[in-house]
Design a protein around this ligand. Structure first.
Ligand code: AP5
Length: 214
């Protein structure tokens, strides 16, 4: 499958992407995960991105397109990809369109995950993430079996740096200003799948139905 997962911070893009990769081996490409890994490794990209991320702002489009222009050419993308957190601005969406046309790749659809704001705020303040493998947990709905320890790899399960109340509020404002207009962009392209994303199982079921997967 070749899908874009669109949605506010905490809408469940990462959770749904991980469930979808288990179906047919399509790769999850999360620009947030790529940037967090770069910050952790202290690369030039990480140093440049860190300030934007901890303030809850978007990293400049040119940096993101540099990453994605290379990532989409890698071999593991041949069997399908789930774009999680990209594109996030109209210029990124336009650049992606141009890139996919050049590579002769067609998207199956753009999944818009709709979740009420109060649910989002609750999810973000209760999310925990594995520092090592990126597995996503929630202290209320999906805690690790042993507190602070990843079920999958034994890594440390922590709260992300951008999960302060101030950064969450900034990320939601940035989403409304810069990312929400992508809904109209993809609607015009005839590619938008608007889905109620209160239940991740239901989101996956709708996507499978649209793709004709049993
Ligand atoms: P990024 O990592 O992409 O963060 P985000 O978009 O804010 O999305 P999140 O990861 O916070 O949420 P999610 O929708 O994946 O939800 P999740 O599945 O974890 O980006 C971080 C930063 O990087 C940005 O602020 C920006 O600075 C930079 N960046 C990244 N991409 C960029 C780009 N393209 N351009 C510019 N800058 C970029 O779920 C959330 C919680 O809810 C979890 O605890 C989960 O367990 C729980 N949950 C999920 N679904 C359900 C459910 N159905 N029921 C109950 N609980 C649920």
């Amino acid at each position: 499958m070749r899908l874009i997962l669109l949605g506010a911070p905490g809408a469940g893009k990462g959770t749904v992407a991980k469930m979808l990769t288990a179906i047919d081996g399509s790769v999850q490409i999360s620009t947030g995960d790529i940037l967090r890994a770069a910050v952790k490794e202290g690369t030039d990209l990480g140093k440049e991105a860190q300030g934007y991320m901890s303030r809850g702002e978007l990293v400049p489009d040119a940096l993101i397109m540099g990453i994605m222009g290379e990532r989409l050419l890698e071999d593991d993308c041949q069997s399908g990809f789930l774009l999680d957190g990209f594109p996030r601005t109209i210029p990124q969406a336009e650049a992606l369109k141009e890139l996919l046309t050049k590579l002769n790749i067609e998207l199956d659809g753009v999944v818009n995950l709709n979740v009420p704001r109060d649910v989002i705020l609750d999810r973000l303040t209760t999310r925990r993430t594995c520092e090592d493998c990126g597995a996503i947990y929630n202290v209320k709905s999906n805690p690790p079996k042993v507190e602070g320890v990843c079920d999958k790899c034994g890594g440390k399960v922590v709260q992300r740096d951008d999960e302060t109340e101030e950064a969450i509020s900034k990320r939601l404002d940035v989403f409304n200003e810069q990312t929400a207009p992508l809904v109209g962009f993809y609607e015009k392209e005839g590619m938008l799948w608007d889905i109620n994303a209160t239940s991740s199982d239901e989101v996956v079921a709708v996507i499978k139905e649209k793709l004709g997967i049993a």
